[in-house]
Design a binder for this molecule. Structure first.
Ligand code: ADP
Length: 304
């Protein structure tokens, strides 16, 4: 197996993606068992980068939205993206699974390496990328189908091998939902509470065996109890997955993440609002001893 850390060029992109797929296939055999009490933040030195983001700028119809973003996302860590509204957190998140490709007029410059390979390389299939790098959105978006069919949808479309009942059960267990729904798998997902729907969406993401989970404000539509359940779930999942989360909730970033990127928005010389990362560091440091005064003003609530 090529070690991208030792090989600065990295393997060809398609090889790296297949390699990641092989690794994520191991998740089928591993049940998560880490309780939040056992959560220990990783220290900066022990993370192997899963994403290396370098000088990334994104434009919408030629207008810049974020400029020159650069940081690494560690494997089996939770990385939080925080900062005021409109500073480009979701835009940057979408660069990590090529979702911006689907937005007409959006262009991405710079480099995103995934397991050492160029995520935007010519041989990379964006559909394969989105299979390996799943996404959970702000508002739970189950399909108007049964709980079972919501989970089975992706595996069916992808023609995944294995017993579908087992795939569905495993995904629902990973989404910490099995015990609540095992006796009503045929019921419509719209009958579930908002918090259950969001865990269903996480389970649906799990069903296709991703390697990374991107979460765009996954708790903003949820009550505090459901939010707590999703946070517990994230801490369990990071044993086997890497997670990047956009959140407006600073307490949430402080509670769950290992690393935090703080974004700000400034006006450039053409009066465009441009998002930038002004600080990226261990979460504890960002919240207790930030290096940049803008981070300090934000995390202490002096500016929002
Ligand atoms: P955040 O997630 O930090 O709130 P966004 O990434 O949503 O920020 O937005 C960053 C900037 O990009 C904003 O100025 C926003 O208006 C713009 N933007 C986001 N999505 C689109 C889009 N689909 N089309 C055009 N502009 C967009």
């Amino acid at each position: 197996m090529t070690d991208p850390q030792r090989d600065p060029e990295g393997p060809p992109a398609h090889d790296a993606l297949s390699e990641a797929a092989a690794r994520s296939a191991r998740h089928t055999a591993v049940e998560t068992h880490v309780t939040p009490e056992r959560h220990e933040r990783a220290s900066r030195t022990d993370a192997r980068p899963i994403f290396e983001i370098d000088s990334v700028s994104v434009f919408y119809s030629g207008t810049p939205a974020v400029r020159e973003i650069g940081f690494h996302v560690g494997e089996n860590e939770i990385t939080a993206l925080i900062g005021p509204s409109g500073c480009g957190k979701s835009t940057l998140l979408r660069c990590l699974n090529r979702m911006n490709d689907l937005i007409p007029g959006a262009t991405v410059e710079g480099s995103v390496r995934y397991h050492g390979a160029d995520l935007y390389g010519p041989k990379v299939d964006p559909v394969q990328v989105r299979k390996l790098i799943g996404m959970v959105f702000q508002k739970p978006n189950p399909f108007p189908k049964s709980i079972y069919d919501n989970i089975a949808f992706g595996p069916r479309v992808l023609g995944m091998k294995g017993d579908l009942d087992e795939i569905v059960e495993r995904a629902l267990r990973r989404g910490a939902l099995w015990d609540e729904v095992k006796d009503r798998l045929d019921e419509n997902a719209y009958g579930m509470s908002g918090g259950q729907q969001q865990r269903l969406c996480i389970a649906r993401c799990m069903a296709i065996e991703p390697d990374v989970i991107l979460m765009d404000e996954p708790c903003s539509a949820l009550d505090p109890i459901s939010t707590g359940k999703i946070e517990d779930l994230m801490l369990e999942l990071k044993e086997n997955y890497s997670i990047v989360i956009v959140t407006h909730n600073m307490q949430q970033a402080a509670r769950v993440s290992d690393r935090t990127a703080f974004f700000t928005v400034d006006l450039d010389e053409d009066d465009h609002r441009i998002g930038r990362v002004v600080e990226f560091d261990d979460t504890e440091k960002v919240f207790t001893n930030p290096s940049d005064p803008r981070t300090e003003a934000y995390v202490t609530g002096k500016v929002g």
